[in-house]
Design a protein around this ligand. Structure first.
Ligand SMILES: *[C@@H]1O[C@H](CO)[C@@H](O)[C@H](O)[C@H]1NC(C)=O
Ligand SMILES: *[C@@H]1O[C@H](CO)[C@@H](O)[C@H](O)[C@H]1NC(C)=O
Length: 428
């Protein structure tokens, strides 16, 4: 997400959709993950196994519930473009009750997400907290406002110093907070959503994507996509299977993308490995994605809409580390596509069951590509990758959304109230 300090411009600018990871993390990622893709190409692999336990409760229900994704490659190949018809087929051949039963006891790590009631009502010291969101760039303006939070707490979030006066919290995003704070001065909150989650060392409240921070802000919220065209196509392309866009051409990510994309029909829209004839081609290719109120459209304005024309979206994190699951994956889910994901090893702790194709579960990119081609011509199996949005919330996903940037104001105010706001004793 946002580049740490060199260029605090909008996340929606092309250079900030994808970010440079430190060389060290790149090296670690290469060491950890690339060797598994160097093997040769055996036949299509079965559905990646998911962590399902039969030990969680004492019911007699069998754990081996098989659904369409367990028999990919056994059905007649059947090219299709109509998602609605695929849904109907899946409903009659599998259905939500089977799906829910299969994933009812799905094992996820609840600790990857902070609970909405992380701060207890009895811990609150103030019933109103005022946050001055100072020097923000990618943190959206629409967060500004007065919020009614839990336990009778109210929270004012504003980018205006006067409206916030006297502030209990100063929120810093691009530039770090001042080194010292005296009692009576606002608490210093600092957000860094990058993989390295580097505290400034001067803040009183640290915010990152990870649950171990004072306050968590996951990427699963809607505030990251407010300027985008959100029109979703009804039909999926049959000829080109995979969408990709990346405009920060990081060596390891390009190498991963290239090795996989060379094996499947794809469109690459960004600066990196562009094969559609330019960066801003999406609105021309897909007139349904054009936004009338945007005089100078850029390809990232059309991300969701362009993605929605494809069955699959390639999502490769710039850093592959625990719980670092970013907008690259969530955009694809929201756009009605199936992410092919290279990134956090514990990604299943943050996404709904059967919502993505986890590349780490495949022995080689060749096997992954064969699997993708098989799913693309299996409407029942493909529809099953959309079952998560049709059969009720399963896994941690609902909670991960509730811990996103969308809900940051109240959660930050609750934490600040617990600390006593500007009356909190100075740490000097
Ligand atoms: C589940 O399926 C596997 C493989 O098909 C089989 O070995 C195992 O006995 C089954 N377990 C149950 C509880 O049915
Ligand atoms: C569960 O998630 C927490 C927080 O990310 C992590 O520290 C812990 O190691 C995870 N536990 C397991 C068993 O993976």
């Amino acid at each position: 997400m946002a580049n740490s300090n060199s260029n605090p411009s909008s996340i929606f600018s092309s250079n900030h959709i994808y970010y440079l990871a430190p060389l060290l993390t790149v090296a670690i990622a290469l060491t950890l993950f690339l060797p598994s893709f160097l093997g040769s190409s055996p036949p299509p692999s079965p559905s990646p196994s998911l962590p399902i336990s039969d030990k969680e409760d004492n019911t007699e229900i069998p754990i081996n519930i098989t659904t369409a994704v367990d028999s990919i490659g056994t059905r007649q190949r059947e090219p299709f473009s109509d998602l609605k018809l695929a849904y109907d087929r899946w409903d009659s051949e599998v259905g939500c009750s089977q799906f829910r039963e299969k994933f009812r006891r799905w094992k996820v790590n609840a600790s990857v997400v902070q609970p909405a009631d992380a701060v207890g009502c009895s811990e609150l010291k103030l019933d109103h907290v005022s946050v001055w969101a100072k020097a923000v760039s990618w943190v959206p303006d629409i967060l500004d406002g007065l919020y009614e939070c839990r336990c009778g707490l109210s929270c004012l979030w504003t980018q205006n110093e006067v409206l916030a006066h006297p502030a209990d919290v100063e929120f810093y995003q691009a530039l770090g907070p001042p080194e010292t704070r005296k009692t009576g001065e606002p608490l210093r909150a600092f957000i860094d959503l990058e993989a390295w989650r580097q505290p400034s060392k001067h803040e009183d409240i640290f915010i990152s994507y990870h649950s171990s921070s004072d306050v968590q802000a996951t990427y699963a919220g809607k505030t990251f996509r407010i300027t985008h065209s959100y029109h979703i196509a009804d039909k999926k392309r049959e000829d080109v299977l995979v969408y990709w866009s990346s405009s920060r051409c990081i060596g390891h990510r390009d190498a991963t993308a290239k090795s996989f994309l060379s094996l499947v029909p794809h469109h690459s829209f960004g600066h990196c490995l562009n094969n559609v004839g330019g960066d801003d081609i999406a609105p021309t290719m897909y007139p349904d994605c054009q936004m009338e109120d945007n005089p100078v459209p850029h390809w990232w304005d059309h991300l969701h809409c362009a993605m929605s024309h494809y069955k699959f979206v390639l999502a490769i994190e710039n850093t592959w580390t625990e719980s670092y699951v970013t907008e690259k994956l969530f955009y694809a889910l929201e756009a009605g596509a199936v992410p092919i994901y290279f990134g956090a090893p514990n990604v299943w702790d943050l996404v709904p069951p059967n919502s993505i194709i986890d590349a780490s579960k495949f022995e080689s990119v060749e096997k992954l590509a064969e699997y993708i081609k098989a799913v693309a011509e299996d409407p029942v199996a493909y529809a099953e990758f959309h079952a998560w949005r049709r059969c009720g919330v399963l896994g941690n996903y609902g909670k991960v959304r509730l811990a996103s940037l969308d809900t940051l104001p109240c959660r930050l105010c609750e934490f600040a109230s617990k600390k006593g706001g500007r009356n909190a004793p100075s740490t000097q």
